[in-house]
Design a protein around this ligand. Structure first.
Ligand code: NAI
Length: 690
């Protein structure tokens, strides 16, 4: 049974017992209703306490049931809640720990609520592209007011019970306790045993709250949740709670819930949710492989990446030794880290104490002997094979046995780096993204000889420092950057054919990318790619030139940092303004080649960009560089600003259909010699990536 029934004195205890998260699956819902009726029918029972286990009330709906007949099998959650609410004996919800989604809606059906002060209470459905579907949008505002409810439901973030209790006028919990929640609930149940009528949330009216707060939220959502449907839908439902009768509100909520549940966005967001969980598993690593202990970390190089990587570990409370090649570089690196923390303090995101605590965990050094005790050493020196080789040779000499040696290289061969050590099993890639203390993605690059427990450790460490880890095989660019190169090629091809940077960026941004390719390039700096191209031209004089991008850099248009790139920038502003210089540069390209610039529909621009990702993703999947299509989706969502509500490039390709993707790519490439990814051709016959 997934609900336990017991009796303490004259109070019946209904305890949810459906590990791991007390999901409200069908048998649990049945168990609650059966237990409730048993209590109501019994002459020995005066009141009911509904609870979970210590530290876990309920995480809500059982999302593995979504899309199966079980979701709609009776009793549905709304029926269970209605039964609690209609009970003629008092029902007290005793909440400890997580109380999310359907779990909170269930508690809102009780007559009284008691919670431990640290309980986390929230309606996170928007994260799956949904709104609460069992009365949450109508009951929560009746207890906490429209403004707080709108924030909780459209933002999805949980709040602590204590924090909620301290808000003016809130009445979500009748009691918030620091100690034993069951004792408090039993006490309240006994007090209320004879009190009638029983209070029902549905009978309360909504404090419309501060209308200005709600409308400010609408503006904030429009900015922060651009493209997402659920947050605005949630806000509208909360507003309705203040203006229409309860039952009507419930049916509006149901209608919205079903629309969203059957829509593409929720399917994509649920895919992203499951994809992130799937990415934590590596099929060929034996279950139970235990991670090595990581208490101390060393970072080699205190540049852009080394500094950010060190900050990530310091933020997680893990001591870091940073090694540089000169005192000057070390001082500069530490100064930048402190400056970055200081900016967080200035913005109120970090306390001055927090800053000092972090810096106190940091040990700067120039001496390799100081990293000999580190459990994990991450190299972030120059992107140059000779530099990497000499660093890893030194590390092999000094690092203690069992230490993990990682490189943050973005392009170099991990196996070649591992080969200079006498312990290639301890070596792997840990590829962070810039800025490393902010970006969520971590590509964990598994070398040919990387030991299973080393891989498992890197994944566990990634989780500990709040990163989304994805395992990648060794190749130039791994998963993300290898695909990005093709996306950039597609963007440049669009330019050559007549689109402008603004056309391309706005199409990409309207599709939902955080930033279009040219604005991104201006932010990152156009000189970086130019330096790489110049090196390649020198190595291979026959290599075709990237005429437009080279011409841009020859004019010194390196991007935002110099106020000019693919766009113009006014001093101190990030606003990208169309540039007459770039227009002239494009026009002269067409004159030189005798080409007639054509115009593009947004759809075609998006398809050219996204399908280029899909084609390369298919190769990466076929070669085993990515373990699953959904891992590629996670990489693009977590690291490249791909809209989460489209589920990632491979999921998106599935919604379009592989055959359509293939025929569009054939059309775009014409006779330029391109061959489709073999996997794409196979799936076009029959199949999907995910
Ligand atoms: P950077 O040039 O900002 O920093 C490199 C630092 O390493 C410098 O401070 C330098 O003094 C130090 N260094 C060089 N040789 C050293 C040695 N032998 N011993 C100790 N310190 C040494 O470079 P950045 O951008 O931080 O890149 C570092 C690594 O991270 C490269 O492999 C790069 O490909 C990779 N990477 C860079 C990303 C980026 O966006 N910048 C993103 C992901 C990876």
């Amino acid at each position: 049974m997934s609900t336990q029934y017991s009796l303490i004195g004259r109070t019946a205890i209904l305890r949810l017992d459906n590990p791991p998260v007390n999901g409200l699956g069908h048998t649990t819902r049945q168990g609650i209703v059966q237990g409730l009726h048993r209590a109501l029918d019994s002459g020995d029972v005066d009141a009911v306490v509904l609870t979970g286990r210590e530290g876990f009330f309920s995480a809500g709906a059982d999302i593995t049931e979504f899309g199966t007949p079980k979701t709609t099998a009776e009793p549905m959650l709304g029926d269970v809640i209605a039964a609690l609410e209609a009970a003629d004996k008092p029902v007290v919800a005793a909440i400890d720990g997580t109380c999310f989604g359907g779990g909170l809606e269930l508690a809102l059906g009780a007559h009284y609520r008691v919670a431990t002060s640290t309980s986390r209470i929230g309606l996170p459905e928007v994260n799956l592209g949904l709104v609460p579907g069992a009365g949450g949008t109508q009951r929560l505002p009746r207890l906490v007011g429209a403004a707080v409810a709108a924030d909780m439901i459209s933002g999805g973030a949980p709040r602590r019970a204590r924090e909620l209790a301290d808000l003016p006028g809130q009445r979500l919990c009748d009691r918030v306790v620091d100690g034993d929640v069951m004792a408090a609930a039993l006490e309240l149940a006994a007090e209320m045993a004879a009190v009638r009528p029983l209070p029902r949330v549905r009978d309360l009216s909504v404090d419309p709250g501060d209308a200005a707060a709600v409308s400010a939220m609408r503006e904030r959502l429009a900015r922060r949740s651009r493209g997402f449907l659920a947050p605005a839908a949630a806000l509208a439902l909360v507003e309705k709670a203040a203006t229409i009768p309860f039952e009507e509100g419930l049916s509006e909520e149901r209608k919205t819930f079903l629309e969203l549940m059957n829509g593409e966005q929720s399917a994509a967001l649920r895919h992203a949710f499951f994809a992130e969980r799937a990415a934590r598993k590596v099929p060929d690593v034996p279950a139970g492989t235990s991670a090595r202990r990581v208490d101390t970390v060393a970072v080699i190089g205190a540049g852009t990446m080394g500094g950010g990587i060190a900050m990530t570990f310091l933020d997680a409370g893990i001591p870091v030794t940073v090694l540089e090649s000169s005192q000057e570089a070390l001082d500069r690196g530490l100064g930048i880290m402190r400056g970055n923390y200081q900016r967080q303090v200035d913005k109120g995101k970090l306390t001055p104490d927090g800053l000092e605590q972090r810096m106190a965990l940091l040990t700067p050094t120039l001496d390799y002997a100081d990293v000999s005790d580190s459990d994990l050493i991450i190299e972030a020196a120059f992107e140059d094979m000779d530099v990497k080789r000499s660093v890893f040779t030194r590390l092999d000499e000094v690092a203690k046995p069992g230490a993990i040696l990682a490189s943050n290289t973005s392009t170099l061969d991990i196996d070649a780096i591992a080969a200079v050590t006498g312990r290639p099993g301890d070596v792997l890639g840990m590829h962070f993204f810039s800025p490393a203390n902010v970006m969520k993605l971590l590509e964990i690059v598994r070398g040919a000889k990387t030991a299973d427990d080393v891989l498992v450790t890197a994944m566990a460490v990634g989780q500990r420092i709040g990163k989304t880890g994805v395992v990648a095989g060794v190749c130039d660019g791994f998963i993300g950057n290898r695909m990005l190169a093709k996306y950039r090629d597609a963007a440049m091809e669009l330019l050559r054919a007549g689109a402008t940077p603004a056309d391309i960026d706005s199409a990409a941004e309207n599709f939902g990318f955080a930033m279009g390719p040219f604005r991104t390039a201006d932010l990152a700096g156009n000189d970086i790619g130019w330096a790489i191209r110049k090196r390649r031209y020198a190595e291979d004089p026959g290599l075709p030139r990237d005429e437009i991008a080279d011409a841009l850099c020859e004019r010194g248009r390196f991007g935002q940092k110099v106020g000019a790139g693919w766009y113009d920038y006014k001093p101190g502003s990030r606003e990208a303004l169309p540039s007459p210089v770039v227009d002239e540069l494009l026009a002269s390209f067409h004159t030189r080649h005798g080409t007639e610039p054509r115009t593009f529909e947004e759809d075609e621009i998006v398809q050219r960009l996204v399908f280029a990702l899909v084609d390369e993703g298919a190769r990466i999947l076929d070669e085993g560089i990515a373990l699953r299509a959904s891992d590629i989706d996670v990489v693009y969502i977590a690291g490249y600003g791909f809209p989460r509500y489209r589920g990632g490039p491979m999921f998106y390709a599935d919604t379009v259909g592989a055959a359509q993707v293939l025929s569009a790519l054939r059309r775009f490439h014409g006779d330029d010699g391109w061959e489709p990814a073999p996997l794409l051709t196979r799936l076009a016959e029959a199949g999907t990536f995910n």
